[in-house]
Write a protein that binds this ligand. Structure first.
Ligand SMILES: CC(C)(COP(=O)(O)OP(=O)(O)OC[C@H]1O[C@@H](n2cnc3c(N)ncnc32)[C@H](O)[C@@H]1OP(=O)(O)O)[C@@H](O)C(=O)NCCC(=O)NCCS
Length: 404
């Protein structure tokens, strides 16, 4: 059966393409709901696959910037990917990925990134696992810190109508030097962060916003919900921490000290936390976090030369990479990284690797040595793995705070 792939043309087509993934999540496609998605994505960023004139697949991309080590890169935030169950395993996903990556390339976005609902899918299209995150479920009785700390800032509740002015500037400062974080525009803040409809609360109460101030300046914030509950006459309430971020170490420490000390809860839960979260070193009983690690960001370098030239490096070393890329062949071949810039070269390679592995290492979260141990990088010149890791190492592990 033949099919075409093209951007959707109107709201109705957007809804049909959205349903390609939406149906698996039990989502509905009322007009106002779809219009809100279109407001954020734009019609032109939703590709649809059509069979006999009917839409049977969809794949979309957010337009945002993602922090990379020492830089900020226009990035396609891939989302809403799916194929109708009536048309699966006929190459429709492959065609969608083809059209989408060509489009990303033409737009001049050097990188695409995604969270995968199913993680085996995207490697074949050049995405590499680039970051990790974890969830915690900490019992109330194990929330004590190992050392006594004196808070250095003050905390106050924010009303939802104060958030839009108060919090985005702090978030942007935090994002500026944290690889993997992406920009949130005003619409994103309004619709995804501040609006708090009951159907997005998963049975818990409304969002509580906390501002953390030092010397009159907001240096951090926390968002949490209470999920009350009783069993056998005692509380089984959860405190669900949605985000707790600060500019400096003191802000993060004080915010978590506050959150963990809130009364009348049985468990503190949080999701998508960085794998090197300071709680491991702050708590007296870090094992009680029951930290469960999983994959988070998958990164695809769409323009290898532009992407490599857009981040900074931890040494002045040079490196020649022999990159293979079957799906986006314009990336394939020899690249020399020197003085922070990547250019085509005829020099002999130091490392040979598929573009997936370069995507994994790009944000500094996965070492070349680890990739080599998994058979995903070949060390052509002796010592090149260590040199590459010295170059790409960054003082902060990549982390993405939110599924997009
Ligand atoms: C996953 C999904 C998008 C695949 O679409 P599809 O049109 O059936 O995929 P294609 O026929 O283009 O297959 C492309 C390749 O992916 C592989 N593949 C497809 N679905 C896969 C899965 N769930 N797990 C592992 N591999 C998968 C195919 O075997 C094929 O491999 P090949 O390149 O070696 O031939 C579709 O089944 C779907 O919508 N599933 C439910 C929603 C979902 O999981 N969406 C992804 C969100 S991250």
């Amino acid at each position: 059966m033949a099919f075409d792939v093209r951007p959707v043309r109107n709201l109705e087509e957007f809804g049909a393409a959205f349903l390609a993934i939406g149906q698996y999540f039990g989502a509905t496609t009322e007009e106002d709901r779809m219009q809100r998605w279109v407001d954020q994505l734009g019609l032109d960023r939703m590709h649809a696959a059509l069979s006999d004139g009917a839409i049977v697949g969809g794949a979309a991309a957010f337009t945002f910037n993602m922090t990379v080590p020492g830089g900020d890169l226009p990035t396609a935030g891939i989302s809403v990917v799916g194929v109708y169950p009536t048309h699966r395993r006929r190459g429709i996903l492959r065609s969608l990925m083809r059209a989408q990556l060509d489009d990303v390339h033409e737009r001049g976005e050097p990188m695409a990134a995604l969270w995968a609902s199913e993680e085996p899918i995207y490697g074949r299209f050049g995405y590499g696992l680039a970051g990790f995150c974890g969830e915690i479920a900490l019992p109330h009785e194990y929330t004590a810190f190992a050392q006594t700390i004196e808070p250095t800032g003050t905390l106050r509740f924010l009303e939802p109508d104060e958030v839009l002015e108060a919090i985005p500037p702090v978030f942007e400062r935090i994002r500026a030097d944290w690889p993997g974080m992406f920009s949130r525009n005003r619409l994103w803040w309004e619709r995804r962060e501040i609006e708090d409809p009951e159907d997005r609360r998963d049975g818990a109460g409304p969002k509580r916003w906390i501002a953390y101030e030092q010397d009159g300046s907001i240096e951090g914030f926390a968002i949490y919900r209470h999920k009350p509950g009783w069993e056998h006459g005692s509380t089984v309430a959860e405190l669900r921490v949605l985000e707790a971020l600060g500019i400096g170490a003191e802000a993060v420490r004080d915010l978590w000290a506050f959150l963990l000390a809130i009364d009348w809860k049985a468990t503190v839960k949080a999701w998508l936390l960085p794998p090197d979260h300071p709680l491991f070193l702050l708590l007296a009983s870090p094992r009680r976090l029951r930290f469960r690690l999983g994959d988070s960001l998958w990164v695809r370098l769409v323009d290898v030369g532009a992407a490599l030239s857009a981040r900074r490096y931890s040494s002045d070393d040079s490196l020649v990479l022999d990159v293979t890329d079957d799906f986006c062949p314009w990336n394939a071949g020899l690249w020399k990284l020197e003085g922070g810039t990547a250019a085509r070269t005829k020099d002999d390679p130091d490392l040979r690797l598929p573009v997936q592995s370069l995507g994994s290492a790009f944000l500094g979260g996965v070492q070349f040595a680890a990739l080599a141990r998994a058979g995903r990088v070949e060390e052509v010149r002796e010592g090149a793995l260590a040199r590459a890791d010295g170059l790409f190492r960054w003082d902060r592990l990549p982390w993405c705070p939110q599924i997009f």
